[in-house]
Ligand binder design. Structure first.
Ligand code: GLN
Length: 247
């Protein structure tokens, strides 16, 4: 039987706006297809062998929680995460978890959080919080579909030269409300500002992650189709309302 092993990193601190729903969505969409799945929470201070996991989820948190994590990122944790990324393991990282992938985050108080530096990007607190439903179009290589989500962040993220965004903004702020980009796509890492949780509202995005992880593990893999008519009706309705300025 095919299977995926999912690591939920820092569930006790990075868990805003039902981000955990992304894990439930991944689990369900695997089990519905007869693919086995295990979820292992890894909390601050836990020892873990990251080479055992196929897919990592890191949710969002406030500045305070991000600062709490810094201690844990020191030492082998940082190297283990970078190794997992470079090894092509799949990551979904939301907001604070996304910011953590970059070099640093400068808070509004001027504190600099030194993060993983796994991807060439950095974040600086803006003067205004961006709190909105939003939408972005996945980059062509990922299928070009439109993801609907919800963003709530003051951080403005800037990608380094040559680093690919996850998509381009259709409506909302995304990375920095300036350059029209949203999120990051590096190797098999997907970073986004979309809370919500993002996957149940965008089942095609969930399947991109699952298929990426399964392909890495088994060489080639094509997911069976699921009946997503209800999910996509909800998605289309939200997008329509968003584009018409009703939400
Ligand atoms: N500290 C971050 C910001 O406000 C992260 C917020 C979040 O994860 N929702 O930009």
């Amino acid at each position: 039987m095919h299977s995926l092993s999912i690591c939920h990193l820092y569930p006790e601190v990075l868990n805003l706006y039902g981000d955990r729903g992304n894990i439930i969505c991944m689990e369900k969409r695997l089990l519905w297809r007869g693919i086995d799945c295990s979820v292992t929470p890894v909390r601050i201070g836990d020892s873990a062998d990251f080479t055992k996991f196929d897919l990592f989820f890191i949710g969002g948190g406030q500045d305070f929680e991000q600062e709490v994590l810094l201690q844990d990122l020191k030492g082998s944790r940082k190297q283990d995460l970078i190794a997992a990324i470079e090894d092509g393991r799949t990551f979904l990282c939301v907001c604070g978890g996304y910011q953590m992938l970059g070099h640093s985050y400068e808070t509004a108080a001027g504190d600099i959080c030194e993060f993983l530096g796994a991807i060439d990007l950095k974040t600086v607190a803006g003067t205004q919080r961006r709190i909105d439903n939003f939408a972005f179009r996945l980059e062509e290589g990922l299928g070009g579909q439109t993801v609907v989500g919800y963003e709530n962040h003051s951080g403005k993220t800037y990608l380094g030269k040559g680093v690919s965004p996850l998509g381009t903004i259709v409506k909302g702020g995304g990375n920095n409300s300036e350059d029209g980009t949203e999120g990051v796509h590096y190797k098999n890492v997907f970073g986004t500002y979309s809370h919500g949780p993002v996957l149940p509202k965008n089942p095609f995005f969930c399947d991109i992650l699952l298929e990426t992880a399964l392909k890495r593990k088994y060489g080639s893999f094509t997911l069976d189709e699921l009946d997503d008519r209800i999910e996509m009706r909800a998605h289309d309705q939200v997008l329509d309302m968003l584009l018409k300025g009703r939400i």
